[in-house]
Structures are given as structure tokens and as C-alpha cells.
Write a protein that binds this ligand. Structure first.
Ligand code: SAH
Length: 342
């Protein structure tokens, strides 16, 4: 059976027209699902019993529930383990920033990328998430916190650009004015650099913020920690980034995790500055999270500051990611890994 919450607004309109219902019913039903966030047809009180029964014959709702929730004692951060109908689990996070409430969501169960420092990939890849399952993470967080989410970051487990069609479907639904109406500009998609799909994303011109997981200032260093770098070369990745900026006019973010003794030297900072000179971009420096399975340590604060200063002196916009919920801030994917072992 198809999932009703997986349909785009236009697809829902088609379904409604086929049932010989007036077109505005699609607005109402879309609003029930994606704004009021109901979990059943019976809750749609302004939709006739007849229409609801017809819909129920062919459609059902995506099933997801909160399996576990960790609440930070230091700030408003909450970390969720969300379980889907088939028993698979992913992590999602609620973060309260000055600029707005942010949901960090997963795009796949597990991940194929194999980045050495990342916990999400340590148990391999299981499957893509559907658009409905990505939406559900945001709806569950909103219902649990009773807070409106204004910003979304696709930075949980998975490589979103390897789940391209579902991501685009998700973006169009979350952005729709009858739904959550979250502006594309308030959505950030983080990718390890799947080059053909960066071009594809630029060409469909969805003006989200693209964040590139760069993490190293040279091809050989990047290959050492990100196997995907062997297939998608740094030089070609930067060309794709230039194309994205040219077509969308959007500023890019380069994420750079600082791993003690590996990519945090002054020489690395100079190399990175040269690489990104004259680009419309921000560098987000992220002290790496400790990952049990990876044997990496975050850089010292002094080295982080020095690294940032070199970038700034070279005209590169750089910020150090503020840490929220540091008491529950196990690296993304770690919580799931721990649960899988139980
Ligand atoms: N696959 C996508 C999105 C998921 S990862 C990507 O690679 O961008 C989201 C971000 O978390 C990426 O920048 C990733 O490199 C980073 N990350 C992974 N493991 C980390 C760790 N141990 N410490 C800090 N950041 C980490």
C-alpha cells in the first residue's frame, strides 16, 4: 500500500481529482497531514467519511515512533532515536539556536560512505529513508517538544545525495505552504561530495544551503579518511561547488572537522586557505567528536583558534561550530550503534 504522507502536493491533487472531489480538498488533506501532522484519516474532521474510506483503500500513513529520548541538562538539546515500521532506527536531534529551532535529521539507515571518523557508517548501510520517514522525524520532534521547527539540517546518518529522489520529494513537501512552509533557505544539506548529484541539485535550482564535508586540504589527506574521495576527486568536487554557486547564487559551507595531529596544523590551514581563496563560502570548523571505533581525538582549543585565525587572515570566512548538548553529544550514530549491540 502507498503512503499518503509520501505524496507531493501535486500527486495528492491528482488522487483527489480521480475521486471526483473538488480540488481544494487536496489543500485540506495536505494541511492535515503536513501542517497539523495527524497520523490517521479519521482525524480529518472536515473530510467526508466517504472520501476518507476511499483513501484508506489505497493509502496508509508512514509509521514512526520515538524509541528513546535524551535530554541535555546544559541546554535545550534533545536527541531522539526514532523507530520505523520495519524495526530500523535512526537518530534525530532538536537544537535550540538563537536563529531558530533546528531539527537535524537522518536520510538513510546506516551509511555506505565509510568515513573513518564517523560512527554512522560503522555498522554499514541498511536502506534509504522515504520522504515520509524524513518528514516524520520533524513531526515527531515538533509534537514532543511542542515547538515549531524553523530550520532543518540534513546531517544525521546517511548520505543524502545518494538518496536523491526521496530528498527532493522531502524538500518540496516540507517547503509547501499548505504544510510546514519551511523556506528552502533555512534548510542545509550536508554531503560527502557525490559530484554528479551536486550538478543535478544545482540544475533543479532548489535554493537550499549546501554543506560540503571537506575535512582535509588535499587529495591525499582526504583519501586517508574518506574513501569516497578516491572516486570523487577534490579538484572535481571544487569545480562542482563553483558550478553550484554560479547557478544558484547561494553561498556554500565547507565543513572541516579538526582531528588532533591529522589535519589541524598551521600548514593545513594555509593549504585550506589557498584551496578556498575567492570562493563564495564559509568554513565551519568542527572539533571532531570522539568515536569509540575510530581512535580520533578533537584538536586542542588553542590549535583550533590558530587554525581559524589563519583562515580569517587569508580572507576566508570561518566559524567554529558551537557545541550544544555536549553532555548527550555522542557522535551521531553512536547511540544507534550502542542500541544495536544490546
Ligand atoms: N553524509 C553526509 C551527511 C551526514 S554526516 C556528509 O558526509 O556530509 C554530517 C556531518 O557530520 C558531516 O560533516 C560529517 O563529516 C560530520 N561528522 C561525522 N563524524 C563526525 C565526528 N566524529 N565528529 C564531528 N563531525 C563528524
Amino acid at each position: 500500500m502507498r503512503k499518503i504522507d509520501d505524496l507531493s502536493f501535486e500527486e495528492l491533487q491528482e488522487v483527489i481529482l480521480k475521486l471526483k472531489e473538488p480540488k481544494f480538498k487536496a489543500d485540506q488533506i495536505f494541511n492535515w497531514i503536513h501542517n497539523k501532522m495527524v497520523d490517521s484519516f479519521d482525524e480529518m474532521t472536515n473530510v467526508s467519511k466517504k472520501t476518507r474510506t476511499e483513501l484508506q483503500k489505497e493509502y496508509e500513513f508512514t509509521v514512526a515512533r520515538i524509541e528513546l529520548k535524551l535530554q541535555s541538562k546544559l541546554d535545550e538539546t534533545k536527541k531522539y532515536v526514532i523507530k520505523f515500521e520495519d524495526g530500523n532506527i535512526v537518530e534525530s536531534v532538536f537544537l535550540k539556536y538563537k536563529f531558530g529551532n533546528t531539527a537535524c535529521i537522518s536520510s538513510q539507515v546506516g551509511c555506505k560512505m565509510g568515513c573513518h571518523f564517523c560512527a554512522s557508517t560503522k555498522n554499514g548501510f541498511i536502506r534509504d529513508l522515504t520522504a515520509g520517514e524524513m518528514l516524520k522525524q520533524i513531526y515527531l520532534i515538533q509534537k514532543d517538544t511542542k515547538e515549531k521547527i524553523s530550520n532543518v539540517v540534513i546531517m544525521g546518518s546517511g548520505e543524502p545525495l545518494e538518496n536523491f529522489d526521496n530528498i527532493v520529494r522531502f524538500l518540496n513537501i516540507i517547503n509547501h505552504e499548505q504544510g510546514q512552509n519551511i523556506s528552502m533557505r533555512k534548510i542545509t544539506l550536508s554531503t560527502s561530495g557525490i559530484i554528479p548529484n551536486i550538478y543535478k541539485l544545482a540544475d533543479i535550482n532548489i535554493p537550499i544551503t549546501l554543506a560540503i564535508s571537506l575535512h582535509a586540504p588535499s587529495q591525499d589527506k582526504r583519501e586517508k579518511i574518506m574513501p569516497i574521495a578516491r572516486k570523487h576527486k577534490l579538484k572535481d568536487l571544487l569545480d562542482a561547488c563553483d558550478y553550484y554557486v554560479r547557478v544558484t547564487g547561494r553561498r556554500l559551507t565547507f565543513e572541516y572537522i579538526l582531528i588532533k595531529g591529522f589535519n589541524d596544523s598551521q600548514e593545513d590551514a594555509v593549504k585550506l586557505s589557498n584551496l578556498l581563496k575567492n570562493k563564495l563560502a564559509n568554513v565551519n570548523l568542527i572539533p571532531c567528536n570522539y568515536v569509540k571505533e575510530a581512535n580520533i581525538q578533537p584538536s586542542d582549543n588553542l590549535d583550533i583558534e590558530k587554525f581559524k585565525r589563519i583562515l580569517t587572515e587569508n580572507g576566508i570566512n570561518a566559524t567554529v561550530r558551537r557545541e550544544l548538548g555536549s553532555d548527550i553529544n555522542a557522535a551521531c550514530g553512536q547511540l544507534r550503534n550502542d542500541l544495536l549491540k544490546m
